[in-house]
Design a protein around this ligand. Structure first.
Ligand code: SF4
Ligand code: SF4
Length: 176
């Protein structure tokens, strides 16, 4: 059972820090891209404009690859991380600096919905079969998410597990 401690006391304050973090790349799944394309009525060329293909400086090791929820894609320039395009100031393409909010909130990728938590797929130690997921607070969440606070309510574990399952489902990763 998930242990309830301070890091599970969360309510998003809409501070926008995660959307403006220069060092955060927003991973997108194929389904996220389709949702954005259809929801924003984008052509293929316009869809390519909202995406960033971030080539890895060095090929990730097997261990690093295992930890990635979304595997990198192969490009002619090497393995790349596929995410939302970032503006010159490092903020997300869809962050509206004037309004100080996400301009596509209803369509935002699943990774945005699930920040500041990430997931770990659990395995049966004997059979190695996937048998559940566990959520945990990411290091980035720990370092700057203002929504994590002792004064905030405990998160609803079922809700977050459901979000994570949806993400895994979009990636066609079966856990049980
Ligand atoms: S899509 Fe929206 S919520 Fe996600 S990083 Fe960009 S601005 Fe933030
Ligand atoms: S950093 Fe945390 S509180 Fe701020 S917008 Fe992101 S999730 Fe919400």
């Amino acid at each position: 059972m998930m242990e309830y401690k301070k890091e599970f006391k969360f309510s998003c304050s809409n501070c926008g820090t995660c959307c403006k973090d220069v060092n955060t790349l927003v991973n997108v799944t194929y389904q996220d891209i389709l949702r954005l394309k259809n929801g924003l009525h984008l052509t293929i060329d316009e869809t390519l404009v909202i995406l960033g293909f971030y080539i890895f400086d060095k090929t990730p090791s097997k261990e690093e690859l295992k930890k990635m929820v979304v595997p990198p894609i192969e490009t002619e320039n090497g393995l790349a991380f596929l995410g939302l395009f970032k503006k010159k100031d490092g903020s997300c393409f869809f962050y509206d600096n004037k309004e100080k909010k996400c301009s596509i909130y209803q369509l935002r990728p699943n990774f945005c919905k699930t920040f500041p938590y990430s997931l770990k797929i659990l395995q049966d130690p004997q059979t190695r079969e996937r048998n559940g997921i566990e959520i945990y607070l990411t290091n980035k969440g720990k370092s700057y998410c203002k929504g994590i606070s002792e004064t905030n309510p405990l998160i609803n574990k079922n809700y977050w597990v459901k979000l994570k399952k949806k993400l895994l489902n979009e990636l066609k990763i079966t856990i049980y």
